[in-house]
Design a protein around this ligand. Structure first.
Ligand SMILES: [Zn+2]
Length: 82
């Protein structure tokens, strides 16, 4: 979730809040209660927490064990037994 910074133009109280993109911007200052908040453009923007991306779909260590295919030449034990 993006973090938005707000500053109150009445009392100059500044704070950060996490909001969804779809949330309406805040208006009421939590400090003085006036509807005088203005949203600051923040360089922090998206803040990544933790490692972020994990490789959960790791399939490299699972080998399929198939019997060796018959060679088809008739010269090996696998072919002879058929
Ligand atoms: Zn205020």
């Amino acid at each position: 979730m993006p973090i938005y910074e707000y500053q109150c133009t009445a009392c100059e109280h500044e704070f950060e809040t996490m909001q969804k993109m779809s949330d309406a911007p805040l208006e009421a200052c939590p400090s003085c209660g006036e509807n005088t908040l203005k949203k600051l453009i923040s360089a922090t923007g998206f803040r990544l927490k933790g490692g972020g991306w994990y490789e959960t779909d790791f399939k490299g260590d699972k080998k399929e064990e198939k019997p060796a295919p018959a060679c088809g030449t008739g010269a090996c034990p696998a072919c002879v037994s058929n």
